[in-house]
Write a protein that binds this ligand. Sequence first.
Ligand SMILES: Nc1ncnc2c1ncn2[C@@H]1O[C@H](COP(=O)(O)OP(=O)(O)OP(=O)(O)O)[C@@H](O)[C@H]1O
Ligand SMILES: O=C(CO)[C@H](O)[C@H](O)COP(=O)(O)O
Length: 692
Amino acid sequence: MSAQRIWHDPVFRWGLAFKLALAALLVPQIQQAWFVPFVRHALLQPAWDPWSAFLADGGEAMAYPYGPVMLLAHMPSTALGLLADAALGSAYASGLGFRLGLLGADLCALALLARLWPERPRQLLWLYWWSPIVLYVTYWNGQTDIVPIALLLGSLLLLRRYRAGASGAALALAVAAKLSMLLAAPFFAIYLWRNKRLRSLLRPFALAAVATAAVLLLPWLGSSGFVRMVLGTPESLRVFDLALPLGQDLRLYLTPLLYLLAAYGLWRLRRINFDLLVAATGLSFFLVVLATPAPPGWYLWLVPFLVAHQLRSDRSARVLTAAFSLLLIGMHLIDSSGASAPWLGWDPAPAIAAVTGRISPHLHSLAYTGLVAAGLVLLVQMLRERIARNDYYRIAQKPVTLGIAGDSGSGKDTLSRALAGIFGEHSVVHVSGDDYHVWDRFEPMWKGLTHLDPRANDLQRFNNDVLALMDGKPILCRHYDHGAGRFTAPTRIDKNDVVIASGLHALHMQRLRERFDVAIFLDIDEDLRRAWKIHRDVGQRGHALQQVLNSIERRMLDSRQHIHPQRAAAGLVLRLMPVNAQQLESAPSPDQVRLKLVALIRNGTSHERMARILIGICGLHLDVQTAEDGGEVEMSIEGDVAAEDIAMAARALVPGLEEMLDIQPRWEDGMSGIMQLLVLIQIEESLKSRIR
Ligand SMILES: Nc1ncnc2c1ncn2[C@@H]1O[C@H](COP(=O)(O)OP(=O)(O)OP(=O)(O)O)[C@@H](O)[C@H]1O
Ligand SMILES: O=C(CO)[C@H](O)[C@H](O)COP(=O)(O)O
C-alpha cells in the first residue's frame, strides 16, 4: 500500500469519521473560554496587533499564548464558522470551525508522516491516526499544538528532500506558531553542519529560517500585548521548575541542562543521518517534557517521534507507548480541563471534579511518577535502539576505507576521482602511492630500480599514513608533481569520512590490506593499459614516446613480480578490455575505444539481485560465472549505459548508502559508472559485516 493509498484505508476513514464526530460534539473548555474568543475578536475587530487589542478590550492574558502563524492557521475555518453563526443566529459554528481547523492540521500531520515513513502505512494509521495522545490532547483537552507539529514535520520532510530554504522557512513558521518549536532548531543546525555533504545547505536553511522568523515575529516584539501573552506565559517558565538549589540565590536548572547535554551528544556524533536527527530531536523533546510539569499539549510534540520509534521497533515499544499514553491521559483527565457535549446535554466536569477531590496529592504524585517512569523507560529504549543500534551511527565511528592497486596507467587515480565524485570531494581523503616514491625524477637511482620495485617506495610511511587516517588522525604528506617531476613541501592532510589509498603497492603489505573495507585490483587488459599510459604520459606528463615505451619494457619484470601478485589479495578485481581489440589500433585515441568489464567479486553474496538490476535497469548484457562454493563470482558486463540509469540502479541496490553519498552524486557513464556501482556494493557488504 503506497503512502497515497492511506486515504482509502478503512482505518483512516473510520478514524476520520470518529474525529469529525468528536469535533462536532465535544466543546473543549479551553477553546470555549480562551482560544475561540481570541480568534473571534481578531476576526471581528481586525488589528495589526491582535494581542494588545484583545487585552485592551478586557480579554484574558492567558487566552492565546501563540504567535501569528497559529492565528493565521485558525482564522479561515473559524471565520467560516462565524459566518455560519451570523446566518443561523447560533454561537456554535465558530467553535466548530476552530476545531475543524485543528482536524485539518491533524490531516496534514498524517500526510507528512506518511511521506516521511512510507514503509508501513497501515501501521502508521494505527499508531498516529488513532493515537490516544492525539485524540485526547486535540479533541478532548482542546490544545492546538498539532499546528506547530505539522509545520515541524513539514520542515523535516523538506530537509530530507534537501530543500533547505523551504525547510528553514517551515521551521520558522512552526516557531512563529508556538515558540517552543525553537527547541528543534539547534538539532537541525547540528545535523546540517556535522554532515559535510549537507554543510552547504546550512546557509540557505539558516537564512530562510531567520528571515521568515524576522518577518513573522519582529513586528510584534515591541507590542506589549504580544510580550505579555506570548513571550511571558507562565507555561514556558515551567522549564525552570526542576532545579537544584545551590546556595542562597543560585539554582541549577536541570531541564535546560539535560536539553543542552542532548544537543552536545548529537554534536559529538561523527556523522549523523536523518534517522539520528529524528531520534535526537525526539529525545530532546522527551527530556524537556519529562523534566517539566508539562501541560497536556506538550505531550503532543512527542507523538511523531514515538510513531517513528514504534514503526521501527518491536512490540515492546508499542506496549510501552500504550502504557505511557494511558497514564498520561489518566493523569490529565483529572488534572487538566476537558470537554463537554452541549448537544447531548453532557458535561462530565462535575463528576471529574468529584473524583479529583477524592484523590490525595500523594496518589496524584504517584501517578505522575508512574508516567515519568514509563517515559524514561521509553527514552532509554529510544536511545538504545534508535541511536546506539543505528547502523549508520555504528558505521560512522570509523571511516570507510578503500585500497586500489594496479600497474602504472591502469586507472587508479581515475577510479579514485570517480569514487570521490559520488561521495563528494568534501568527504574524501585520497592518499596516492606516487607521493611515496623515494626519489624524484632526476635521481640517478632510477637507472637501477623502477617505480614498481617496492624498495623504490617508502611503503612503511604509506602504510602508517593510511592507518593513521583510518584511525582518524591527520598526516603530513608531500606530493609528487608529475609536471615538474619533483616533490612539493609536506602539507597536512586531515581525516575524512572516506579514505581512498591508491598506489602501485596499495595491497602489498598485509597489515594494511586487511584493514581496507574494499580492496580493489585493477587488472586492465595489457594492450589497453599501454595505450592509456602512452596517451597520458605523452599527452599530459610531457614524456617522449620512445621514453615511455622503454620504461614500459623496463618495468615488465617488476610488474609481474611485485604488482600482479596483489590481485590475489583483492576482494574486487576489475578488468577493463576493448570490446573489439582492433579498435585499439584504429581509434584516434584510447578514450574512444568501446570497453567491456570483467569483474571478479570474491564475496559475491548479492550477485543475483545485482545481475537482475544491471540487466533490468541498465539494459546491460551480462555473463555470470559462479564458483562451485558460490563464493567467487565473475561477471562479464557489456553495453552502453547512462549515468542516470546507474544512479537508479544504485538507489535500488544500496538504498542504505544513499545518505553516505553526496547530495548530487556524480555518476559516470558507461563502464566507469558500473565500476563506481560495484565498489559501492562491496562497501555495503563490508559495512554489513562490520555490524555483524
Ligand atoms: N575507466 C577508464 N576509462 C577510460 N579511460 C581510463 C579509465 N581509467 C583510466 N583511463 C585512462 O588511463 C589513463 C591513466 O589513468 P590513471 O592516471 O588514473 O592511472 P594510474 O593507475 O593512476 O597511473 P599511475 O600509477 O601511473 O599514476 C588516464 O589518463 C585515462 O586516459
Ligand atoms: O609510474 C608511476 C606511478 O604509477 C610513477 O609515478 C611515474 O612514472 C613517476 O615518474 P615520472 O614522473 O618520471 O614519470
